[in-house]
Design a binder for this molecule. Structure first.
Ligand code: NAD
Length: 333
């Protein structure tokens, strides 16, 4: 939607709400309200961080919508990173069985991934995205200017998802780095959009977007439970190494693809200050079992036969899963 059209829709809404977090609000909320011409919008400002993508925050959104008499004509503007767009999409799509929402992503990761595709959700304890909905935002408004205040660590988190598109779809994106990412922004968003359009409810092809995520979500959930979470992108970056390691064994992926990825992994983790031990691997494994249960006991690893040749729904023997985690723990320590 063009900005002018979005502003017209917002002007027609019975009420406009803006959901954001404290950090984004501090930098950009007045600018956003001005840009979208929504100065009278009701603000809902959450504490930042993945640990707030939970039921308490969803309750806060629902309570505020209720308190200000939001009806089906109301619009919720989700202004922030993936934490805000996932949570806000979930809260909007369940309130009154669904009110409209707009995503205005402010992190690289949310611009190229989280804000697109209609998957919304919250975490249950430290299990990622356990509760959620499929519901499309009425619009996604991307303005790269917001990236100017993003910390390096968060930029790297977004780069991980962009590299993922390089491995599963377009090798051009393997060139992405901290100084050239803006030139690949559009292409990355387009890849996500095109895959989602072909398989909205993730019955097949869309699963390739989970490359690195089965391992990644388990690692992210584990670090979340310890109170010192890795970013989503850092977790996925480690997960991609594990998935490639297993792919060498099971799909004949060339070893050199894995070796070429190692410096990229080190770059993506440069700000993480993170290491895990072989004992931690034992604690991560149950998170992978949670994931498996969620999918009817089916293995749902995405592996690579080669670059841009992903294979989804792959079962992986437990010993190979464990071995990949032990090896990656050594590499990043
Ligand atoms: N729905 C999907 O398809 C999908 C896809 C990928 C990831 N996700 C989800 O996205 C979430 C991760 O999103 P994220 O990486 O954007 O994290 P985030 O939303 O937690 O943001 C990271 C940090 O950056 C800060 N921030 C955001 N924008 C800023 C800006 N412009 N300037 C300065 N600081 C800013 C935030 O306050 C926060 O502290 C995870 O919950 C993940 O599960 C969802």
């Amino acid at each position: 939607m063009r900005l002018e059209d979005l502003k017209k829709e917002l002007a027609k809404a019975s009420k406009v709400f803006v959901l954001t977090d404290e950090q984004v609000a501090g930098f950009w909320l007045p600018e956003l309200k001005h840009a979208l011409d929504i100065n009278g919008a009701v603000e809902i400002v959450l504490e930042p961080g993945e640990s707030n993508k939970d039921l308490n925050s969803a309750m806060r959104v629902w309570d505020t919508l209720h308190q200000f008499h939001a009806d089906r004509g109301a619009i919720l503007v989700n202004f922030g990173g993936g934490m805000v767009t996932d949570l806000g999409g979930f809260a909007a799509s369940t309130y009154l069985r669904g009110i409209r929402f707009v995503n205005v992503p402010t992190t690289l990761l949310a611009m190229v991934d989280a804000s697109i595709g209609g998957k919304n959700g919250i975490n249950l304890e430290s299990v990622k995205n356990q509760i959620g909905t499929f519901a499309e935002p009425m619009d996604v408004f991307v303005n790269p200017v917001y990236l100017s205040t993003l910390e390096d660590r968060e930029l790297l988190s977004g780069l991980a998802e962009m590299l993922k598109y390089g491995y599963i779809v377009d090798p051009n994106l393997l060139k992405v780095n901290t100084s050239n990412y803006e030139q690949y922004l559009l292409q990355a968003g387009r890849i996500k959009k095109e895959i989602v359009e072909q398989d909205y409810h993730e019955q097949g092809l869309r699963k390739v977007l989970n490359f690195g995520h089965t391992f990644g979500h388990a690692i992210e959930g584990f670090t979340l439970s310890k109170g010192d979470p890795l970013t989503h992108g850092e977790s996925v970056a480690i997960g991609m190494w594990c998935a490639m390691r297993v792919s060498v064994e099971l799909c004949g992926l060339r070893q050199e693809v894995l070796l070429d990825y190692e410096p990229k992994l080190q770059m993506l983790l440069a700000k993480a200050g993170f290491a895990f031990t072989e004992d931690d691997v034992k604690a991560i494994l149950p998170y992978l079992d949670d994931d498996k249960k969620r999918h009817g006991g089916q293995g749902r690893f995405v592996l690579l036969k080669d670059i841009a040749q992903p294979r989804y729904d792959q079962a992986v023997p437990k010993n190979l899963v464990e071995q990949a985690l032990v090896e990656v723990a050594r590499i990043i320590s």
